[in-house]
Structures are given as C-alpha cells and as structure tokens.
Design a protein around this ligand. Structure first.
Ligand code: ADP
Ligand code: X2W
Length: 259
C-alpha cells in the first residue's frame, strides 16, 4: 500500500504565546500520527526573537519581511529559535502524548545552507540535501520539530526565515505543505479570506501592497513549493479550531496557493 505523503506543518511564532493554540494543534497532530500520518513540524519564533533582542538592547531591522541578522545578534536569535521556541513546542507535544525529536536545519545533513544576501548579514538560504535522518525519525512514528537555524559549510550559524525552512524540508521529503499562521489565510484589501490564488494574482496583490511583509515571504514560499510539487499549498490558521479539524480529515483549509 502506498503511504500518504508526509504532512509538513509550519507554525509561526505567535503560536508559542498561545497555550490553547499549542494544545489544540498538538492534539490534532497526535490524532493524525495515531492514524498513521507522518507529521513534520517546522517552526518560527519571530516574536520571541523580537522580545529577546529588545531585552538585550538590540535593534530589529527587517528588509522585505526578513530579519537583518548581524553577527552580534546570532547568539540571541539561535537561543530563541533553536532553544526556547523549539523546547516550548516539544513540551506541548509531550503533553499531547507525542514523541518528538527537537532539531534544527543544521542537523543530519538535511539541507545545504549559504548566506542569502550580504545586506541581510547572517541570514541563510537553504536547499534540500539528504532525507535519511528525517525519514528515520518519521518512520518511528516520532514527530520531528525543526527550527530554522542552519549551519553553512563554512561553519556559520545562519538565521533562515521559517517559511523558507519549511519549503526546503517539504521538498526534501516530497511532502504536503501547510503554512499555519495567526490569520485565517491570505486576506484581501477588505480583510476577507481569499480561497485561492495563482502566480499572477499573487503578483498583482503584492504590487498593490495588499500582500506584504511576512505574508509576502509566506506566499512566495508557498508558490515555490506548489510549482515544484505540482499541487496546491495551503496557507491557513493555527488559531482556527475548525480549520484544524478539517486538516485532520485531509480537507483543504484557508487559502490554496495554486501551482
Ligand atoms: N494580505 C494579507 N493577508 C493576511 N496577512 C497579511 C497580509 N499582508 C500582510 N499580512 C501580515 O502577515 C502576517 C503573517 O505573516 P508572519 O507574521 O510572518 O506570520 P508567521 O509568524 O505566522 O509566519 C499577518 O499576521 C499579517 O499581519
Ligand atoms: C531571516 C528571518 O527573518 N528569520 C526569522 C526566523 C523566524 C521566523 O521566520 O519566525 P516566524 O515564522 O514566526 O515569522 C526571524 O528572525 O524572525
């Protein structure tokens, strides 16, 4: 019997500040895993990074939704993402009875990483490399929980946008990607959910400034995977219990980004 594709769920940082949201998501993940679905969780933690940078007297600068990451901020960024955020999610997973393996992009030869753009400092761009490590963990019925900290072959720790991290891992395992944020999907200029978007519609809404900042990065990451896989990628909400239930049943939720 052919196994279903791995479900790659990406969650944004705001989830980590919502006990109820984490509990609901982990319950949904536990149900899916119990039904034989392999689930890989990729996470951000942008708001935790913001908090930690401020607490350490550092400034936050973003360019087109990506955090400019100078060398002196790396210990704080790595601590917040690969440390605190990752362990908060592992703790929530444990509470739901999930056996998880906490990891980062730098583990197990999963991706190659290089500096994305000198103007962004130690921000990484990653490409899928070797799925052996991930597939072993998934085959045990364990849930990998992966942060977006990568390591380059030069030995630099790199800060990768978590939607782009999820893109690389979804390609690596040929999985079904769902990007879960704190909004119900991509919203139009009036705040209404858009059920489906293709490349030219995305370009139009970006040019109009309707899709911006983190959502621009997310939609572009989703489009890249949709085109690569030849199937839609969903942008939805971890806040919405109904969307999570639909997701558990294998239905489509939020905005479908079409190939
Ligand atoms: N058209 C849009 N529809 C929905 N959200 C948008 C849109 N344009 C910008 N955004 C912003 O993008 C945010 C989601 O991106 P981001 O903060 O990076 O989320 P996450 O941390 O979940 O990855 C929303 O909370 C919203 O503020
Ligand atoms: C380069 C870059 O922007 N990295 C992101 C990584 C975390 C992230 O993407 O978190 P969310 O999913 O919560 O937005 C950052 O430093 O905020």
């Amino acid at each position: 019997m052919a196994t279903k594709p791995v479900l790659v769920l990406k969650v944004g940082g705001a989830l980590l500040q919502c006990e109820m949201g984490m509990a609901r998501l982990m319950t949904a993940a536990a149900e899916m895993i119990a039904a034989g679905q392999q689930v890989l969780l990729v996470h951000g933690g942008g708001c935790l990074v913001d908090e930690q940078l401020t607490a350490n007297g550092k400034e936050t600068i973003k360019l087109d939704g990506l955090r400019v990451t100078p060398e002196d901020q790396i210990p704080i960024v790595v601590g917040a993402l690969a440390g605190t955020s990752n362990k908060i999610l592992q703790a929530a997973a444990a509470k739901a009875g999930i056996v998880s393996v906490g990891m980062s992009l730098g583990d197990g030869n999963m991706v190659t990483a290089k500096i994305k753009d000198e103007r962004l400092g130690l921000v990484g761009e990653v490409e899928p490399k070797d799925a052996t490590y991930l597939n072993f963990i998934l085959s045990q019925g364990w849930m990998p929980i992966c942060s977006s900290i990568a390591i380059s072959s030069q030995g630099d720790m790199l800060n990768v946008n978590a939607d782009q991290a999820a893109t690389a891992l979804a390609k690596l395992v040929n999985g079904t990607l769902v990007l879960l944020s704190d909004v119900s999907g991509v919203l139009d200029g009036k705040g209404q959910l858009i059920s489906s978007l293709n490349k030219s519609e995305i370009e139009y809404l970006v040019a109009q400034g309707v899709i911006e900042k983190g959502m621009k990065v997310k939609v572009e990451a989703a489009l890249e995977v949709a085109q690569w896989m030849g199937k839609p990628v969903q942008v939805a909400s971890w806040r919405d219990a109904e969307q999570l239930k639909t997701l558990v049943k294998g239905g489509s939720v939020g905005t479908q980004i079409q190939p």
